[in-house]
Design a protein around this ligand. Structure first.
Ligand SMILES: Nc1ncnc2c1ncn2[C@@H]1O[C@H](COP(=O)(O)OP(=O)(O)OP(=O)(O)O)[C@@H](O)[C@H]1O
Length: 513
């Protein structure tokens, strides 16, 4: 890559927020046709740096050069003018509009005074073909998958002429197959001379994809390495400053009494079709029970039904012997259920509340946080300080609004709150999404400790390694039905893969659990 010209250079960038230096004298170079990974712990300052390059924040010190020319990027409009595009983690698409309408939004080709949707369709299709994006410009956003929506965001940047593309944790929202497709697309973009920066916590992805990896720790660059000459282990160490254990260590489980008992649970979706059908399983105290399956096979609805967020149509949900069918979210919480939700922005946190307030969302009305209806702020703050320290939630202060936290630290805050409520049952949906490898190691350990302390854990994850590493037993879900249950042993991997694709387990094996 060294022989390629530098297309973007950040020189001595410093960015301060009240109480924290998010970027501390950072220098960074991007070359033409390069895929450059940006790696760092949660809260290290990656998104801040990229938001500066995309003009969403102004640096307090330092400057940017594009193609060797000093520039001031004072907004996204200026970034686009400079041929910089950004694909955010949370898409900014208008759902009822078509793909083409979204892509041309704010940049419409016209024929006289009419918007020329025909020529937009043609141009979008051309771009889609050129980079192998397989997007039909006429589809509506609400009818296409998340992976496809992401490709629409990519097309939008290309349509506006981007040569530098920034991706903020693009694979966090994708299924395993979609990740492979995304990697192909990124390679195709780089081959065509586009320069790519990708923020990711997935070391495997960096090894498979990136040419260079710049590592940031606590706002400072600690190194920029040639990926071919490095390894996952080295990158992890450079990032967290110690060696990281990728393996989950756990003793064999000693399950006790049944904590969660589901029987014949059925949930109907919007169109009257069952999205969870006749689901029956038990999770006992002291065991981690994983749900394996391709995203979109009823996992979300199953968890929503158990936690009281969605009404089930029939069946039984018992926690500790108590029937919770039809119970409210608060009743379920009171019955001893903790929930690390799939969508942390919608269900995990109130983004406008402080971290301190968010830490008592489920029990602020109880002692010691509330006495005779009056909130005890000292107790609430003490609780937050303790949890932040115990779970290494990094932020400038516990009085910071949750929305100001980095994505990974928001997730750690939820995990801290949910694991320390002394629940009977912990429902953890993708608990390590968006976390750095050091934090993943920590959260895995916490879940195993909870299980050792006799908690029942329901784990939904799309990371097979995580499922095998953490679970004692597994069930595979396909189109809302449980295809089989088994020991979470790698020797069952092939069988599990088949069931995830809808194949029913042979009778002989069905009875081995
Ligand atoms: N608008 C803001 N106001 C105050 N503090 C902020 C703001 N944006 C970011 N921060 C703080 O700056 C630091 C860096 O955050 P940033 O989002 O850049 O981290 P990150 O490396 O992208 O983390 P993650 O991997 O968790 O996404 C964090 O401590 C964060 O709380």
């Amino acid at each position: 890559m060294e022989h390629q010209p530098i297309v973007a250079e950040l020189k001595g960038i410093t960015k301060r927020f009240p109480g924290i230096v998010a970027n501390d004298n950072i220098s960074f170079q991007l070359r033409k046709g390069e895929i450059h990974a940006l790696l760092g712990e949660n809260g290290a300052g990656k998104s801040t740096l990229m938001n500066i390059l995309f003009g969403l924040y102004q640096p307090d010190e330092g400057h940017i050069e594009i193609n060797g020319e000093p520039v001031v990027i004072d907004g996204a409009g200026k970034a686009i003018e400079l041929r910089i595009g950004m694909v955010h983690q949370h898409f900014k698409l208008v759902k009822p509009f078509t793909v083409a309408e979204n892509i041309i939004l704010g940049n419409e080709p016209t024929k006289g005074i009419e918007v020329d949707i025909k020529s937009a369709n043609v141009r979008v299709r051309e771009l889609s073909d050129q980079y192998g994006l397989k997007v039909d410009p006429r589809f509506r956003i609400e009818d296409i998958t998340v992976g496809m929506q992401q490709r629409v965001e990519i097309l939008k940047t290309l349509y506006r002429g981007a040569d530098i593309l920034i991706f903020d944790e693009p694979s966090a929202v994708l299924t395993v197959q979609e990740i492979d497709e995304l990697m192909e697309i990124l390679r195709a973009l780089a081959r065509e001379g586009k320069s790519i920066i990708i923020i990711t916590h997935k070391l495997k992805e960096i090894m498979a994809l990136a040419d260079t990896c710049t590592v940031i720790r606590r706002g400072k660059v600690v190194g920029s390495v040639n990926v071919k000459e490095s390894s996952e282990r080295q990158l992890a160490e450079l990032m967290v400053g110690r060696s990281v254990n990728f393996q989950v260590n756990k003793e064999k489980s000693k399950p006790g009494k049944a904590i969660l008992e589901l029987s014949g649970l059925t949930v109907q979706g919007e169109h009257g079709k069952a999205v969870v059908e006749d689901v029956t399983f038990q999770i006992r105290a002291g065991e981690i029970f994983g749900i394996a399956g391709v995203d979109g096979n009823g996992q979300t609805q199953l968890v929503e039904a158990i936690t009281g967020m969605r009404k089930a149509n029939s069946g039984s949900i018992k926690v500790n012997g108590k029937e919770l069918f039809g119970a409210s979210v608060r009743n379920v919480t009171e019955a001893g259920v903790s929930h690390i939700p799939e969508d942390r922005h919608k269900h995990g946190l109130v983004l406008d509340f402080t971290v301190s307030e968010n830490m008592v969302l489920n029990n602020y009305y109880k002692e010691p946080y509330s006495r005779t209806g009056i909130l005890n702020y000292k107790a609430i703050d003490d609780n937050a300080s303790k949890l932040a320290q115990q779970f290494d939630v990094r932020m400038s202060s516990i009085h910071t609004e949750a929305r100001q936290l980095s994505g990974g630290n928001q997730q750690k805050a939820i995990i801290a709150r949910e694991l320390t409520r002394d629940p009977e049952l912990i429902i953890a949906v993708q608990p390590t999404r968006g976390l750095d490898v050091g934090a993943i190691e920590f959260v895995h350990k916490q879940l195993v400790e909870a299980r050792n302390a006799g908690k029942a854990v329901l784990l939904v994850s799309f990371e097979l390694e995580e499922l095998y590493g953490l679970s004692d037993r597994l069930a595979v879900i396909y189109e809302g039905r449980i295809m089989g249950q088994m020991e979470a042993d790698e020797k069952n991997e092939e069988q599990i893969g088949l069931m995830m694709a809808g194949n029913v387990m042979g009778d002989a094996q069905r009875h081995t659990v």
